[in-house]
Design a protein around this ligand. Sequence first.
Ligand code: CAA
Length: 240
Amino acid sequence: MSRVAVVTGGTRGIGEAISLALKEMGHAVAAIYAGNEGKAQAFSDRTGIATFKWDVGNHQACLDGCAAVNEVLGPVDIVVNNAGITRDGVLSKMSFDDWNEVLRINLGGCFNMAKAAFGGMRNRGWGRIVNIGSVNGQSGQYGQVNYAAAKSGIHGFTKALAQEGAKYGVTVNAIAPGYIDTDMVAAVPLPVLEKIVARIPVGRLGQAQEIARGVAFLCSDDAGFVTGSTMSINGGQHMY
Ligand code: CAA
């Protein structure tokens, strides 16, 4: 059955792969982006997937944005909260803005999008919310108190909302990716990244499609009994 899916951060990196996987499942996809117009346009031209621009850290923008998706594609059945940023730095060098912006977007975005879509899913008796956490939210990471706190928060948020959605057919799950071959990971200084990869038992970075396949499963009808879970896809880096 064709559904309407919203993927935040859906035009690049892991989000792009997720948007494509959900489209391949036959869903109408809205890929949300915050700023990179050029990449969003190129993505839309290449894939035929509709793009919408808003800041997921802005509560009202999420309410208005999901209403706009509703008008164009129909009621939102699937939300993938993938949008995220890093502002890495050790605590002594991290500004309050670096802390706040990561919490506002990475964790606040999940709340804002759930507020916009959860009620409709519950009323219609079917919904899927997949939140993209991180191995670093499970294990912590040097230089990432903001990101690790936000991602760890996502895992708690997932388990709490799963309990609210279960009896209405709305599942809420998380995926905790490890280090995936994306622009975000490419920004990690090479000597640091080499040390991290050396600690991944599979011996390589992950591919965005390897995360997207997990998301596709969690969004399927087959996954109706899976809720409140965290799927770790990290090459064995952290066995949780
Ligand atoms: N554990 C212990 N000590 C560490 C360490 C670690 N993991 N990493 C660095 N250090 C030490 C260094 O050895 C160094 O010590 P000395 O001064 O005694 O030599 C000290 O900490 C300072 O290290 P840097 O020179 O790296 O410090 P910096 O201020 O220039 O940079 C940093 C700090 C920005 C955090 C940098 O180390 C960094 O970018 N680290 C990578 C963080 C990371 O993994 N980010 C992931 C981004 S991708 C992502 O988040 C996606 C996902 O979900 C997985």
